[in-house]
Design a protein around this ligand. Structure first.
Ligand SMILES: Nc1ncnc2c1ncn2[C@@H]1O[C@H](COP(=O)(O)OP(=O)(O)OP(=O)(O)O)[C@@H](O)[C@H]1O
Length: 406
């Protein structure tokens, strides 16, 4: 191939000389009023100095040109970048500068030595590399990762009625269980499993250059505040590739853990009651995830925004009503259980028990045998005793996911 061919071909897998960075428009976009809060600014603990003031068009490491904003979180902003050396796209997760200890990077490094042949590996976000970026208020870790599409939560919000069809749910859960099996075998507990942290892989890479082109043709809406520009993120709809478990910021390494964890409505009973906990907190979350993908109303919710103590009491009362009283074996595992139940499992009345309800009566999405299998699937994950919950592979082979002939 002649040099001319090489320079004019955008699909070359490797370029010896980096491509020149592209100019992005400096006008022609909608500007949001400075008084209006946008994206990460709306997060409860947002501080502008913590986030790197990224600009579309910036080149990092003389290599990654930022071409669009894809998302944000409590600890990062996330950008699509074009690799000027390799002519491919990478996602840059730019962490806030106040992370004393970057748990997500620690977990990625630990997972790098995990089983390379495991089929669940494709369902867990991988780290390509990382580097540090100096900002005006400190240093930011940057994780370089393969681009993924929208989250399962965003896709769910796009569905009629806000819930998925059964086949999509069983397919999604199969992939999540394989991914979790890979994590658990590697000694990692995710602790933050919900549909926002499940991103849908991209099948068609052409979406990436389309996103870049769109940023040139119709630059994204933004807000200017001092020297910082806050952009509105773009969606990437690139077909249904593998469902991928993301966000290891709360993940733990090691099979026996203690202390608070998990998003409040997803908390497993052993976490609420200060017992030692392990991988089964993730499988508790699988039961709730399955429910939330199919049903409009969650099983558990936040009951009291003001008082953690009252919220815990309502949460445990709801569990008692739906699952029945906890077994004596469970009650023995923490002194805290004595606040809520007598030794033989009678509710003490800290807050009233909700009216007796069968989990089955709350299922509206399915009927007949499908409903029975789904109920059984959920109940196999929502048990008081963590060791009684289905492990990931047992869940993967459950009749509801694999059919009755397995
Ligand atoms: N590899 C990726 N490809 C495309 N978009 C991504 C990718 N990783 C993250 N995103 C987008 O960025 C958002 C934030 O990412 P992530 O959840 O990893 O950040 P975080 O700061 O750890 O968030 P949290 O508030 O959940 O702790 C995601 O919801 C998603 O929209």
């Amino acid at each position: 191939m002649s040099r001319l061919d090489r320079d004019s071909s955008p699909n070359m897998s490797s370029l010896a000389v980096p491509a020149p960075p592209r100019q992005f428009p400096s006008h022609g976009f909608e500007e949001i009023e400075p008084s209006q809060q946008v994206e990460e600014e709306r997060l409860p603990f947002y501080k502008r100095e913590d986030y790197y003031p990224m600009r579309i068009g910036h080149v990092l490491q003389s290599r990654y040109q930022v071409v669009a904003k894809l998302g944000y979180g409590t600890s990062s902003t996330v950008w699509l970048s074009r690799d000027l050396r390799e002519n491919k796209y990478w996602v840059l997760k730019v962490h806030i500068n106040t992370l004393k200890h970057n748990q997500e990077l620690k977990v990625y490094r630990h997972l790098a030595s995990g089983n390379k042949e495991h089929p669940g590996r494709d369902h867990v976000r991988q780290l390509e590399t990382s580097f540090k970026l100096r900002g005006p208020h400190g240093e930011h870790d940057v994780s370089v990762m393969a681009p993924l599409g929208i989250s399962l939560r965003t896709l769910q919000e796009m569905q009629k009625g806000g819930v998925f069809q059964k086949d999509l749910v069983t397919g999604a859960l199969s992939q999540v269980l394989l991914g979790l099996n890979f994590l658990h075998e590697a000694g990692v507990i995710h602790t933050d499993l919900h549909s926002d942290n499940l991103l849908i892989g991209i099948k068609d890479d052409s979406i990436l250059s389309t996103v870049e082109e769109n940023e040139v043709q119709k630059p994204s809406t933004r807000k200017r505040i001092g020297d910082t520009v806050i952009y509105v993120s773009r969606y990437m709809l690139g077909g249904a590739g593998p469902l991928t478990i993301c966000d290891f910021g709360q993940a733990r390494i090691g099979n026996e853990q203690r202390g608070n964890a998990m998003p409040v409505p997803y908390r497993a009973p052993e976490v609420i009651l200060d017992m030692p906990w392990g991988v089964a907190v993730d499988t508790w979350a699988v039961g709730l995830l399955a429910w939330d993908l199919l049903e409009r109303e969650s099983i558990f919710r936040i009951y009291d925004q003001e008082s953690e103590e009252l919220n815990d009491a309502h949460h445990l009362a709801a569990m008692t009503t739906l699952l029945g009283p906890p077994p004596p074996e469970f009650l023995k595992r923490s002194e805290k259980t004595g606040r809520y139940w007598t030794k033989d499992g009678q509710w003490k009345g800290v807050v009233p028990l909700p009216p007796k309800t069968e989990l089955e009566s709350l299922i509206h999405a399915l009927a007949g045998e499908d409903k029975e299998l789904f109920l059984n699937f959920v109940q196999c994950f929502l048990s008081w005793l963590p060791e009684e919950r289905l492990a990931t592979l047992q869940g993967y082979f459950h009749h509801w996911l694999r059919g009755k002939n397995t």
